[in-house]
Design a protein around this ligand. Sequence first.
Ligand code: ADP
Length: 335
Amino acid sequence: RTEITTPLSLVEDDQVEPSLRPQRLAEFIGQRKVCDALQISVEAALARREPLDHVLFHGPPGLGKTTLASLMARELGVNIKTTSGPVLEKPADLVGILTNQREGDILFIDEIHRLRPIIEEFLYPAMEDWQVDIRLSDGPRAQTMTMKIERFTLIGATTRFGLLTAPMRARFGIVQRLHFYPPDELATIVRRSADILGVDTTQEGAEELARRARGTPRVANRLLRRVRDYAEVRADGRIDRDVARAALELLDVDEYGLDEMDTRVLRALIETFEGGPVGLNSLAVALGEDTATLEEVYEPFLIQEGYLMRTPRGRAATAKAYRRLGFTPPPGASD
Ligand code: ADP
């Protein structure tokens, strides 16, 4: 299912996203507190001529974790190597990278909560004592050799902070959480991307896209590209409010940024589970969706927008959710 408003990266995003990435930290829009803190850490590291502390970014997909990691490298003037939790199968996959890094270089690991335990064990001494243990042969009497490596910075990104093991979490000196973007910041991002892509956009047009982008720059950029197609084919190429509205309607993008899956989640909560609370697993089974996707991709936005609550006894629909779907909230429903 490829929904136009999914925060997950689609194939169509891959070609365009690199050109839309901010090139300097100062160009990065929003997440002010995060950026200020990072700026200070970077300047301090540069002044001390030391590698930056290990950094962990967490938060929903599409909010700029990967972008910030590459901005860190640029600000520090170091190289960055990118990999991700699920692709690392054995320590040997990392040995080459770690032994070739120069002091201060960055290793970026996306989806770091999905590292295999054997890789985590291998990383601890690398992150802490700048050394790696290399197995020279297989089998029970295998010999290992300890090798020194240059001091480097590991930047990890995760959508599931809670799934990170405690020892891993403890090894990051800088931990930053990214939040959904308010519409005015998303509108600024849309206008910036429109400039880069050479699309004529009015402020109202940008705001119309921003409002429906689920607080997520990746979605905002995708909407911009789709609406541009419409503007070129059905209008004079310019994205103003009317063109944006007509295009978004054609694309079935809801006025509130809810997509079909969001609506199904709320509908199931209300119709199948009487508004909840219901356990995440039961909800996932009813939707035919896996619990991780439900928890990482859909819930954060529904919670942020006040449609869904996580309670100690499970997930519950709010009064706002009832009203949104055209139901009368039951007397007990909270706002
Ligand atoms: P994540 O790693 O959190 O999934 P990415 O860093 O890959 O997210 O960002 C997704 C897309 O959104 C990229 O094209 C990126 O350029 C854009 N983007 C994210 N945050 C911003 C921002 N603050 N300003 C401008 N563009 C952004």
